[in-house]
Design a protein around this ligand. Sequence first.
Ligand code: UD1
Length: 420
Amino acid sequence: MARIQITGGRRLSGTVEISGAKNAVLPILMAALLTEQPCRLSGVPHLRDVTTTMQLLGQMGVDISIGDRSQVSLDASGLDTDLAPYELVKTMRASILVLGPLLARNGSARVSLPGGCAIGARPVDLHLKGLAEMGADIRVEGGYIHARADRLKGARVVLDTVTVTGTENILMAATLAEGTTVIENAAQEPEVVDLAECLISMGAGISGHGSNTITVEGRERLAGYDYQVLPDRIEAGTFLVAAAMTGGCVRVVNVRPDTMDAVLDKLKQAGAEITCGEDSIELDMRGRRPRAVNITTAPYPGFPTDMQAQFTALNAIADGTGVVRETIFENRFMHVLELQRLGADMRVEGNTVIIRGVERLTGAPLMATDLRASACLLLAGLVAEGDTMVDRVYHIDRGYENIEEKFGQLGAKIQRLPAG
Ligand code: UD1
């Protein structure tokens, strides 16, 4: 398996362009299933999860082509199966996003249950409950969800827990349902809003997206889309944390600063100077050591769980003691054991990790365990003395486009090594 080697100690400086948001691209690609008309999405990053989504849609008979400038064209008029097989779903939990649109357009869907994943149980019960409330007949058999509905009916769906993909599945299904659907306790993440905007461009009747109550007036059919995806706030945040940790000065461009308040507040608390433009953010930490910050993850607009590992790495070398509390996923501290191998002083107590910042980390071989954890290991490697080798980087390729090139551009000494 490919590995990434980093020699720590360089201050990052320069400008880096942020890619399209993985968590918006995936549902918007799936939304092509809602229409017989052609669709085109721009700003699609080269990521393993995007490839998996295209494979999944392709094997269902969706015609897909990749054009210039990161554009993907999709045509689901030839949809010829309602099956999302285990082989693909097990590699990417977000495959569950085919369920809503497939059921709504096709009247049936067979989607493998995703099963466990490294960061916790992550069930899909709320997706199923919501669709059942809209009149779908749902059975789980042989590891597959079998869903049927002649036509879904609008309903009031109250989500017990805020779920991002659950909200997206129900939202997509509701666009073609008969009547009005109201989703309460809906996720307010910018990626949900981006999906809603794309659906509206297809003719869907959606209001309230971005709040916790989304209302959807069902339509008989939807048109295709030609849409530019939102920039990735997690990728942008990861580069900003890297800049702060290395005492550097970095400008991220193609970003939406208004989607990053919680992360930018914490970076300011850590001592960074932040300057926001319309679509850029500059972080200046030149020569200073970050101060420890306390973090509690929460649904948007709270602090994103997908930035928790990166701030845990920042606290590892910060001045003072930081407390990081994870409230979304129960097992999202696997990076802690790896950071300890670099000399970090941290201890896990239930859903909390208490981190006493140390003056220096020292490089070591590390193992990536999940997507955001692997990003945090790279960040730690950037400041550790000597060489850090991060193994199993396929995790990072799921969500970060050209990560070693982008860090290299900012002056990091980083290279990808073939399996060995
Ligand atoms: C999405 C994001 C992921 C992010 C997460 C939380 C995508 C593709 N992935 O994942 O990057 O870390 O949001 O912001 O957008 N839950 C249930 N039952 C359900 C669904 C969820 O109990 O049916 C629970 C989960 O176990 C978890 C919480 O709800 O504790 C939030 O999970 P959810 O928002 O659904 O995460 P994903 O949509 O899978």
